[in-house]
Ligand binder design. Structure first.
Ligand code: HEM
Length: 446
């Protein structure tokens, strides 16, 4: 048999096998797009100019609350049904404790001898439990109170820069929030010594790395130091291998904070300001609350915690613009059923956060409106931070940062919509989606 004939036979077999793999969902009676041979919908969902979330929204309209597609040969189930999501995130957490990911890139996600890039976001099983415990500690209320002043300092730096727009010039407020949230993570998380907004090429982390080597003597002032303090006693007595393990855990945490906490919070702030500009009466109500509670120049952690109306508008913004949608996923680690479907190991599940947050059965006929508060009977009908034991560990930091920022901005300025403000937002990004621009105008209040 000639070489060419062997190649043709192999190609036919491979195509047949992959086509059969792509009948996984239809064999279970689940609708959905089959996509391209071999690739499934992988290619379509990786187009930066055509955000993934918009494609999922289109498919949901076509196929309903539960549908399946393929990433290469791997089946992915998209679920917008609250009861099935409750099973996925909470009741059957042990069967679905892994995040949907591509093991080819991230290596062994569970063992203690994993490759170095593993962090709490990607890990699974025992490894995740260990990393999550450390991350919980770093982002506890106690830690947030420790870092509050530094965070507030980054915010006032940003608000000071707004002075150049007091003459009514339009500006892209999203860019400022991106600079801010990056700055906040660098200063409160990674040990950068001062604010470096709009000039952050050289993040001075060397001092922190020295601290990592030596252990810290003074009380901690940022998240790296809080983690180091946690390990101080162990670092004094442990051997080199353990020390390296601890360093890997700390750098993994820092990487996760940076990757997960930067764009998400910046986008949330930009969307909230956009909605406030469209609803000046709600901005006024927020300003009234801020004026009543935040009576001194500085806004303390306790003042921030009392801002109930500001809290409600952020939550409601996250319902309409669920910026962390891409992260709301799981992978099956032990076969089980989900709803009426039997799910094998390795199958990936994504929550259809967009459909869930706009579900008229849950939110009413006017689900697409921006209300003053988000409340629903079902615990998994509002999941901008995910749900269950793997819910976003940075949620409290995100709220505290977003609320303190809004309070400082709105205490000093009124934002308003002008001729260049986007009538409709346009989006970019593939996995995580951001508005391209949010053009704001501001007016000093005093
Ligand atoms: C508005 C801002 C934010 C949103 C909407 C958001 C959303 C999410 C979502 C949806 C998940 C997945 C949850 C799940 O699987 O159930 C997640 C996980 C995570 N987020 Fe956030 N996040 C935000 C801010 C932050 C911040 C500020 C940090 C840290 C500095 C952070 C750190 C993490 C980490 C480490 C995980 C992985 C948790 C785990 O797997 O155990 N996030 N986030």
């Amino acid at each position: 048999m000639s070489f060419a004939v062997i190649v043709v036979i192999l190609a036919v077999f491979a195509t047949g096998y992959y086509s059969w793999l792509h009948t996984y969902w239809s064999r279970k009676g689940v609708p959905g797009p089959r996509g391209l041979p071999f690739l499934g919908s992988f290619y379509e969902l990786s187009d930066v100019k055509n955000p993934r979330e918009l494609i999922i929204r289109r498919w949901a309209k076509q196929f309903g609350k539960v549908f399946g597609f393929y990433e290469g040969a791997t089946p992915v189930l998209v679920v917008g049904d609250p009861d099935m999501l409750q099973e996925l995130f909470i009741k059957k957490f042990e069967n679905f404790n892994a995040r949907k990911t591509t093991n080819y890139i991230h290596g062994d996600l569970e063992s203690e001898k994993e490759e170095p890039h593993i962090n709490v976001f990607f890990s699974q099983g025992r490894r995740w439990k260990k990393l999550r415990a450390v991350t919980n500690l770093a982002l506890s209320v106690k830690s947030l109170k420790i870092i509050h002043d530094k965070m507030e300092n980054c915010i006032t730096c940003m608000v000071d820069m707004f002075a150049k727009y007091e003459d009514g010039k339009p500006f892209n407020i999203l860019e400022y929030f991106q600079e801010l949230t990056y700055d906040v993570i660098c200063r409160t998380g990674l040990g950068a010594p001062y604010s470096n907004q709009w000039n952050n090429k050289d993040l001075e982390l060397l001092q922190t790395m020295e601290n990592v080597k030596n252990g810290v003597e003074n009380p901690p002032t940022d998240l790296i130091e809080i983690l180091l303090e946690h390990y101080t006693e162990t670092l004094k007595v442990c051997d080199r291998a353990e020390r390296i393990e601890i360093l890997k855990i700390i750098t993994g945490c820092c990487f996760a904070f940076l990757a997960a906490g930067y764009d998400t919070t910046a986008n949330t702030l930009a969307y909230t300001c956009y909605m406030l500009m469209k609803h000046p009466e709600k901005m006024e109500k927020a300003q009234k609350e801020i004026d009543e509670i935040c009576t001194s120049d500085s806004i303390s952690y306790d003042d921030m915690s009392k801002l109930k109306y500001v809290d409600a508008i952020i939550k409601e913004t996250l319902r309409l613009f669920p910026v962390g949608w891409f992260a709301c996923s799981r992978q099956c680690v032990t076969p089980t059923t989900l709803g009426k479907y039997y799910i094998e190991e390795g199958v990936r599940i994504e929550a259809d956060v967009g459909a869930l947050h706009l579900d008229k059965e849950v939110w009413g006929e006017d689900a697409e409106e921006w209300f003053d508060s988000s409340s629903s009977r079902n615990v998994v009908s509002w999941i901008p931070f995910g749900a269950g034991p793997r819910q976003c560990v940075g949620m409290r930091l995100a709220y505290s940062e977003a609320k303190t920022t809004l309070a400082h901005v709105l205490k000093k300025y009124t934002l308003y919509e002008g001729p260049e403000t986007e009538k409709e937002l346009t989006y970019q990004g593939c996995t995580s989606v951001s508005p391209i621009k949010v053009t704001a105008y501001l007016k000093r209040r005093d």
